[in-house]
Design a protein around this ligand. Structure first.
Ligand code: HEM
Ligand code: HEM
Length: 216
């Protein structure tokens, strides 16, 4: 019987993130004001996800899917029991994507374009050269992220060819789990509220910095 694997917050996080990454890409050239707002929203989502990775439902927790090299090897050899959630190799790619996104947002905050007209809200606290270096790294990290996303989609396609549908559970939350495996533990609502407050505050502070141009 299908079991709840991905809670609603994790699913909403995922699809919002995917849409906003696409939007950030589209908007980076001619719509930098929207690009920044999209980036602040991604920053809020990431702060939420970091909280959810320590306090959320069991399949969202980092401890559930960030594994040692030994555990990844055992999984590849087929020696590890299949627990619901990301497998150890998929977990590695999830961690890499989240890390790249955190780096991308931080670099964006300090980035400045070549004529100094467009910049992230923290760029004025560093020199122009440092802001340009941040923009250069922002471009490099974006290309790394694109590579990770392509791998992500290839992996999902590979499972689909082997008749394992991963997309359905990321939409409905429900999927089949190995016989005898314990059903994932779902986090209580108060933890969701804390996560929403943290994510919302992150967006709010960045938006405020953008609008007022002031620092603390
Ligand atoms: C707080 C969040 C962000 C801020 C403030 C920000 C700001 C900026 C700025 C000011 C530029 C112009 C740099 C230049 O012209 O050299 C830029 C470029 C760009 N940003 Fe962002 N960004 C943010 C997040 C993101 C995210 C999340 C993505 C994608 C996932 C992204 C992708 C890009 C790309 C692809 C470019 C063009 C790089 C190039 O070809 O020079 N940014 N961003
Ligand atoms: C910009 C594009 C995307 C990014 C940055 C992205 C990122 C991520 C991240 C971070 C996770 C981990 C979810 C979590 O635990 O919080 C994930 C999982 C997942 N994503 Fe994406 N994703 C993208 C696009 C897509 C698309 C287009 C699809 C569907 C075709 C997709 C399908 C999935 C599925 C099925 C999982 C669960 C994998 C599993 O069962 O272990 N993603 N993605």
């Amino acid at each position: 019987m299908p079991t709840m694997i991905w809670d609603l917050p994790t699913r909403l996080f995922h699809w919002l993130l995917a849409a906003l990454v696409a939007f950030s890409w589209w908007s980076h050239h001619d719509h930098l004001d929207w690009h920044r707002i999209s980036g602040f929203t991604i920053a809020g989502l990431l702060v939420f996800r970091l909280w959810w990775g320590v306090a959320g439902s069991s399949t969202a927790r980092f401890s559930g899917f960030i594994k040692s090299p030994g555990a990844i090897l055992a999984y590849l050899k087929g020696e590890a029991p299949g627990a619901p959630g990301h497998n150890p190799l998929g977990g590695l790619s999830v961690a890499a994507m989240l890390l790249a996104l955190v780096g991308q947002v931080i670099l964006g905050l300090f980035s400045v374009d070549e004529d100094g007209f467009e910049s992230g809200p923290l760029a004025k606290y560093v020199s122009f050269d440092a802001g340009r270096a941040a923009a250069g790294a922002h471009e490099i990290v974006f290309n790394i992220l694109l590579g990770l996303i392509v791998l992500h989609l290839l992996a999902i396609g590979w499972y689909a060819v082997r008749k394992r549908n991963l997309i359905g559970p990321m939409i409905t939350g429900r999927g089949l789990i190995a016989e005898g495996a314990a059903a994932p533990m779902m986090a209580p609502v108060w933890r969701l509220l804390v996560g929403l407050a943290l994510g919302g505050a992150t967006f709010g502070v960045l938006f405020w910095l953008e609008k007022t141009g002031s620092a603390f």
